[in-house]
Ligand binder design. Structure first.
Ligand SMILES: NC(=O)c1ccc[n+]([C@@H]2O[C@H](COP(=O)([O-])OP(=O)(O)OC[C@H]3O[C@@H](n4cnc5c(N)ncnc54)[C@H](O)[C@@H]3O)[C@@H](O)[C@H]2O)c1
Length: 325
């Protein structure tokens, strides 16, 4: 797996180990000896996990990761939209060239299955709702463009070389260990740090939020389904429930029993043409082929996320006073 030390990746490692798999986990090389969120997992999970330090931009380290694997889950990416305005080339290098390196390694080793990670951001503001996989792709940020580019490479490798790739396209995911740059942890983190006046960007956009355990289950579903049912396909994963950021803040306030006042922070507002105003998922294809369905409501998932951020050990890992891009 690539991106194993990240938010979704660390939950997927846990889910794979719980299902009896052994995991070889790429952690992006760093000089701090940090395994990211893998450091927070119980020893029993780490015992079934082989950590490999590397970088998806480097073909050699990807090759070593992929050799001998039965399924490769490719999650590594730069994912923050605001930072993609500042450093777009790094998004192309990590998300596009990194994916190319994974595709090449999978091709070379004859790996039986690659699960490539896309994102609902590739659709841009919904033209029709709910969004199914036939909805046009419209990249409104350098991040979305780099992910769409990676998706096209994956599609082309399947068409050109028969590479057994499945593309999972999660809609917004939330839960414990998510970065504070995302809206739910940003709201919860600011409230858990004791604030009642919180700062956010645009409150109008709507999203479809999936709890991370359900997203991890979607990865497992496409990673383990019969090849003829999924290989070469694109699968949306989301709940079908649409909620605006304003209404989301109210629900979080209720779950946390807090009166919340929101102030608009202009630094958090995306340029008008880049803001994706509406995302809501049609996951019928994934459901029909694998039986996947979300098991957590928004309120259940928020309760689990709030518990994580209220735990001082969880909150201590964040800089709640900063705006994280
Ligand atoms: N979080 C969401 O709501 C969401 C929604 C749709 C799709 N996704 C996709 O899911 C995947 C995981 O996202 P996440 O939310 O867990 O984000 P994350 O930032 O927590 O995880 C990404 C991981 O990729 C690693 N990485 C970055 N550059 C790397 C490099 N050069 N080499 C090796 N590793 C590198 C990071 O260290 C990080 O652990 C991404 O592909 C993202 O585009 C996320």
């Amino acid at each position: 797996m690539t991106g194993a030390e990240g938010f979704i990746g660390s939950h997927l490692v846990e889910a794979l180990v719980a299902a009896g798999h052994r995991v070889r986990a790429m952690v992006q090389y760093n000089s701090f000896g940090s395994y990211g969120w893998l450091d927070a997992l119980p020893p029993s999970v780490l015992e079934a996990t082989e950590v490999v330090l590397g970088d998806v931009r480097d073909p050699g380290s990807v090759d070593g990761l992929v050799a001998g694997a039965e399924v490769v889950y490719h999650l590594a990416a730069l994912i923050a939209i605001p930072y993609s305005y500042q450093a777009p080339r790094s998004y192309v290098e990590t998300n596009v060239v990194g994916t190319l390196n994974v595709l090449e390694a999978v091709r070379r080793h004859g790996t039986p299955r690659l699960v490539h990670t896309s994102t609902s951001e590739t659709y841009g503001t919904a033209r029709t709702v709910p969004i199914d996989e036939e909805h046009p792709v419209h990249a409104q940020s350098p991040y979305a463009a780099s992910k769409a580019g990676a998706d096209r490479l994956a599609e082309s490798y399947h068409a050109s070389f028969g590479t057994p790739v499945v593309t999972l396209r999660p809609f917004n995911t939330f839960g414990p260990r998510q970065s504070m740059r995302a809206v739910i942890p940003s709201v919860i983190g600011q409230l858990a740090a004791g604030r009642r006046v919180i700062t956010l960007g645009d409150l109008r956009p709507t999203r479809d939020f999936t709890y991370v355990a359900d997203t991890a289950a979607a990865f497992l579903a496409v990673g383990t389904a019969a090849a003829d049912a999924v290989v070469g396909g694109v699968f949306n994963a989301g709940t079908g429930r649409e909620i605006s950021v304003a209404d989301l803040v109210a629900v979080v306030g209720k779950v946390m029993d807090a009166d919340v006042e929101v102030r608009r922070d202009p630094r958090r507002v995306r340029p008008a043409g880049s803001e994706v105003m509406r995302l809501v998922c049609d996951a019928s294809r994934l459901r029909a082929v694998t039986g996947w369905a979300p098991r957590h409501s928004l309120e259940d998932g928020l309760a689990g996320t709030v518990a994580f951020f209220r735990d001082p050990a969880g909150l201590a890992r964040y800089k709640t006073h900063l705006y994280n891009v």
